[in-house]
Write a protein that binds this ligand. Structure first.
Ligand code: 1CP
Length: 364
């Protein structure tokens, strides 16, 4: 059975299909949102954003809340994600980091020694970055009555550490892995400080009204299972434990993490994000019972002809099985993506009947 499409399903009965799916509960439609749903793929983003560093743009809660809302209005997605960046807490405590247009986070003086820990003092959200909670408040107020929850987020200790140690985006993570192995004590301290920053930041976002959180360990897939388990997982687990009392669904996401999915599932989040490299039915086997999955359409395929995209969407839905599945891309929306395609994906996902997906045995 298919139903007429449209974003009204996001608000049916005042329940949130997104929150229900995160908790593994039955849903009347598979919820969908997109990582990087705000941003350069949207003409209204390019018009509103202006130039200059994103870190300055975020200091205007009105602008950041507007950028948070734009994809909700355009696509009818089942969740909003706060417009912010994983680098905000370290920037706010004065580590010395900026975001370069077209490149990403850059650090003038990369993390090298114990002395650099002094640049990572604890975060006081209301004094250091009051604009984050203000943005959450404004966005949540605008979302009120729509049934669309706001997702708060933070960078996981490893991924944030990789920027601080490398000084910018990296392909090899050579400096990060070198520090991890040459000075394990300092590495642990660095990750512990970053875990504390993530906990404080996530707690303040939830206190301000966020209904779920995602921890982005985008680059954890660069690690071997052994390094991940011993040198990264403990700090990540501490982040999830540090917010467990808030009782909001927690999503744990990384790219290229096929070999780490079982370990990631042990970190404590309700939902595990999966990129496009592992089909969701196989990911479910690796993650084990008791978790919802989020993913996992290849963002590059959104540039293909619609018939191709539609076929892939149906395959992801079938493998997701309809229950405990939050539809998303395997990573962020590419800037050259046609927004109209994303809208059609939302409508197609909303039109599928979860009960039928459940019985389709993941065969397309
Ligand atoms: O305005 C700009 O400067 C353009 C680029 C941009 C944008 C739109 C950056 C710089 N950050 C953001 C916003 C952002 N970042 C959001 C909110 C938008 C949304 O999802 O709708 C989120 C969730 C992030 C999180 C983020 N930042 C991650 C995790 C997600 C992921 O893509 O894996 C990471 C790794 C970053 C670092 C970062 N910030 C910006 C860029 C270009 C990058 C990636 C750099 C790299 O490839 O290493």
């Amino acid at each position: 059975m298919t139903r007429s499409s449209g974003s009204v399903f996001a608000v049916q009965d005042g329940r949130s299909a997104f929150l229900d799916a995160c908790r593994g509960q039955d849903v009347d439609h598979v919820p969908v949102w997109f990582m990087r749903q705000a941003g350069r793929s949207l003409p209204e983003y390019r018009a509103a954003r202006g130039t200059g560093s994103i870190l300055d743009a975020l200091k205007s809660p009105e602008l950041a809340a507007e950028l948070t809302m734009q994809p909700v209005r355009r696509y009818g997605v089942d969740a909003a994600i706060l417009f912010s960046d994983i680098i905000v807490p370290v920037a706010a405590v004065g580590f010395g980091v900026d975001v370069e247009a077209g490149r990403g986070p850059v650090v003038a003086r990369p993390f090298r020694s114990a002395a650099d820990l002094q640049r990572l003092r604890p975060l006081d959200p209301s004094a250091d970055a009051p604009y984050v909670a203000e943005t959450v408040g404004l966005a949540v107020r605008e979302l009120q009555g729509t049934g669309v929850p706001l997702i708060g987020f933070a960078g996981a200790p490893f991924t944030v550490a990789s920027y601080l140690v490398e000084g910018g985006p990296s392909r090899s993570y050579a400096a990060t892995k070198t520090l991890m192995r040459s000075d394990p004590g300092l590495w642990r301290e660095l990750l512990d400080r970053l875990a504390d920053l993530a906990i404080t930041s996530l707690r303040s976002q939830v206190m301000a009204g966020a209904s779920a959180v995602q921890l982005f360990d985008s680059w954890a897939g660069a690690l071997s299972p052994g390094d991940y388990a011993e040198r990264v997982l403990p700090a990540t687990r501490r982040v999830f434990e540090g917010i467990s009392d808030l009782e909001v669904p927690r999503i744990h996401f990384g790219v290229g993490t096929g070999e780490l999915l079982g370990l990631m599932a042990a970190a404590g989040a309700e939902v595990v994000g999966v990129d496009w490299r592992v089909p969701l039915d196989e990911a479910r086997r690796r993650v084990g019972p008791g978790h919802a999955l989020q993913g996992n359409l290849d963002p590059a395929l959104c540039l293909a002809p619609w018939q191709v995209v539609a076929g892939e969407v149906m395959e992801v839905l079938a493998r997701g099985g309809g229950v405990g599945h939050v539809f998303n891309l395997g990573h962020g929306v590419l800037p050259q993506t046609d927004p109209e395609i994303l809208k059609r994906i939302v409508d197609l996902v909303h039109a599928a009947d979860p009960a039928e997906l459940c019985s389709s045995e993941a065969i397309v």
